[in-house]
Design a protein around this ligand. Sequence first.
Ligand SMILES: [Zn+2]
Length: 388
Amino acid sequence: MKKIIKVLLILLGCYFLLTLIVPTVIDKIKNTTTLLPPYKISSEAKKLYDSLNFKADMHCDALLWNRNLLTKNTYGHVDIPRLLEAHVALQAFTIVTKSPKGQNFDKNDGNSDQITSLVIAQGNPVKTWFNLTERALQQCKNLYKFAKKSNGKFRVITSKNQLEKYILDKKNNTEITAGFIGVEGAHALSKKLENVDVLYNAGVRMMAPTHFFDNALGGSAHGVSGEGLTDFGKKVIAKMQEKNMLVDVAHASPKMIDDILAMTKKPIIDSHTGVKGTCDNVRNLSDKHIKGIAKTGGLICIAMFKKATCDTTVKSTAKAIKYVIDLVGADFVALGSDFDGAVEASIDVTGLPLIVEELLKLGVSKNDIQKIMGGNVKRLLLKSLPTN
Ligand SMILES: [Zn+2]
């Protein structure tokens, strides 16, 4: 008996050590940056960047890595000190709950999952090990924990009233920043419509139907079926829009985007994407879908990694932004970096002024740059979020 207890204690000790070391190593390997800070920025771009009072980014997976977001880290792309340094007003924190092994870009089934081993290695509660809804709830909880411990420097925005108050507060205190919660892949609902309410109550205000594989809502751009919305998918979209949650078409199959555009009653967003016009692949938006999203009054948020823009430069992101401006106008473009999304990003969040620099080089007007860097997100959220 004593021997068994000894073995169990040793195993527990090993597990504890594993939770301390392995997640950080994986985080460092997965989330790299092409251009490292500190960034050299032209005085014109810096001046313009500093004058923008609402800077926002609509996609970042920092919660997946169990990183302490209250301290400035030397790896990854986002944490609260770096958001404050970059004077970002709002960062969307998007929750990943399942990702197929190998994460093939063109085709995956949903039979494997690499997040399970990550969640276990992170020492997360046992209830999150095999339950996708619990995984999502845990990440929501963690963001609120950071807000609570931030001494008022960071808050989570879930309503129009909160956003209005935050905008007022920010006028008197520039040393505050905020988060907004999204979910990447509605398999986080565990196939239950009532879990839309559960995620909503946990603070989620944006959700993408699919991620890297087909699920109960329909086809992923990287899945095998290519199908559109299922009946369950239609019910989820309708319920989300009833509750004023944003529908995010990132990673959806083209057929699914068609179906969502056909049924939507509210503005639609693509939280992190590239465009086929500058980088043609399965995850990027066609001109038809860019026009469709703009017609809903929604946003196309341009990402900052190679698969989205076919390059790892800030210039390639600016080029994709310019493409959307030329196609539908500057009111429908925003930033959706995919920071900390297991990608090599061109910059970390403190490099956002470089986007302004590249947009100026492309001849984008100061007024349009203000919209792209956050003005459009502010407008959309004030219009779309639930009042309270
Ligand atoms: Zn993604």
